[in-house]
Design a protein around this ligand. Sequence first.
Ligand code: ADP
Ligand code: ADP
Ligand code: MG
Length: 634
Amino acid sequence: MPKLNKLLIANRGEVAVRVARACRELGIASVAVYSEPDRGALHVRMADEAYSLGGSTAAESYLDVGKILDVLARSGADGAHPGYGFLAENAGFARAVVAAGATWVGPPPEAIEVMGDKISSRKAAERAGLAPVPGTFEALAGPDEVVSFGEANGWPVAVKAAYGGGGRGMRVVSSAADAAAALESAQREAEKAFGRPECYLEKYLTWPRHVEVQVFADTLGNAVHLGTRDCSVQRRHQKLVEEAPAPELAPELADRMGQAAVQLARACGYVGAGTVELIYQDGEFYFLEMNTRLQVEHPVTEMVTGLDLVALQLRVASGEPLGFSQADVQLRGHAIEARVNAEDPSGGAFTPTPGRLERLRLAGGPWVRTDAGYEAGDTVSQFYDNLVAKVVAWGPDREAARRRLVRALQETEVDGVPTTIPAHLAVLSHPDFASVSHSTTWLETRADLALPAPRTMTAPGATGPSPPPRRDNELERRDVQVEVDGRLYSVSVWVPSPPDRHPAAAPGATLPAPSLAGSGASLANPSPRRAGPGHGARTGRGQASSGPPPATSARGGEVTVPMQGTVVKVLVRPGDTVEAGQPVCVLEAMKMENNIVSQSAGTVLEVRVGPGALVGAGDVVAVVGPAPPEEATA
Ligand code: ADP
Ligand code: ADP
Ligand code: MG
């Protein structure tokens, strides 16, 4: 048993719940921390003790090292688990935990440092005999280097932030003409998100798979790998579906990947759970990066190895041996995980959609696991990332796991915010996924998922026809059951929308109520921390959350926001001329920047918000003429 009595969990959401569960099973008391919006959150309810951090943004709460160390001292916890994200890869925090006399559940700070900088991690991989993606090993001095690399090695080229993560700080450059703008934009995003602008180059592979290796090491010199995972279904360079083991990979190749990953872990003095990410194309694999923490997708590895990775983390952090060798690691069957995010996948846009979960029914049944960070009635806040739950299914082979996950996602019901479930059902049912002919760029460039129209809150059947839109202008679809002569039928009826179901007016919503003004905005090109063009453009009104359409009809020229968020930048001033489709402001929600564009061309008559303004779905941010705005007449 780990020699820990009380563990501080320096995180929130599903991973904090996951760690609290392990603590309960191991007889360790758990200590939660929470921001203002998270006071009543599930991770708080699950823990034995909870301490307020105050603040709403991550910087004011879960990223505030001083506040978290204060809770460590006050609670008397003798260990700290950082989860993933937030402070998990912060070497200074790791050192401070150790200096406070507590056990750090993670690798040595030196290993975090080597791997936290992608440039130094590429050098470490090369030294350990694992080839990094062809690219550069020094911080870029200017766009000329991008151009010469592209001309020498071929386009496209990836400009990547040395301190990037979560898909942010990366730009794909397809020609010399784009080099300067891409470098500038990657540096700006990296500076803002990670406080460091340094970027380097990699050859951008256009049809690769993301294959990664779970490694584990103890303090006594034992190091093993726990097999591969494939995380190729991605949007915005972020994972959506993950599976273990990586399918259609020759065992000899998987072994080589595993051995290379273990060699790298040994070379950097690694301890605990880590993931070596590889990119695999045309039979060759290259080192991408190493994540020095528990990974979001660790459950698929748990399902096929039968190991509890969090319990193992706690054991090795306490100085215990792994207790098994490489030969003992046997993979059994196949597991697939779907990340259920509060995100509207309509039209392939994957628009983040904070809001209240009016209803949340999780799947059960044989060999299905659901790790959720929320229960019905909880609110998915705009301040943090939007992972609601992970639905995982195991099967004796990939096809059985795939079918089981489809079944589990069909059982999962979420009302209140749109989720990625319709996209998952489409992906899992797609022949390319079933036959493993997809790649990391498949979802955004080829998948052609025929996703349902906006506002589908409940998982539709995977194989049935696309459901009709959930709502019509002034009407809302309700699915009811009727019994006729003893036989049950499901019937859809369209009824007038009740005025009180707008998301921001729902009880528990913390942001200002929307004005219920008309539409007029569309959400263009959402991308992580990015306001520029990039992924599939979206037209039409960006529907953010459940509820009826706006109560009043659109007034021409009003620019409204489709979701809750914080205005980070206003791009126009009264008197400016704008084109249709031109961004008027940048809205940040759930770590992503989104351009809010004017639907019509004309003159900006009014700007109603400034930087820092909190807005709700439907709020008017600007009014665009020619015609002067109609004044409300009594
Ligand atoms: P994985 O490889 O498991 O998908 P990611 O790199 O996407 O992991 O990040 C895992 C989690 O950590 C996500 O919730 C992501 O938003 C968050 N995250 C990643 N990097 C950072 C960072 N530098 N600061 C805060 N959160 C981060
Ligand atoms: P992060 O720290 O944001 O997770 P990664 O380096 O792991 O950054 O890259 C995230 C994703 O971006 C990868 O899973 C892959 O899909 C894509 N990617 C990164 N580098 C390359 C590359 N050189 N070629 C092709 N795709 C890449
Ligand atoms: Mg990565």
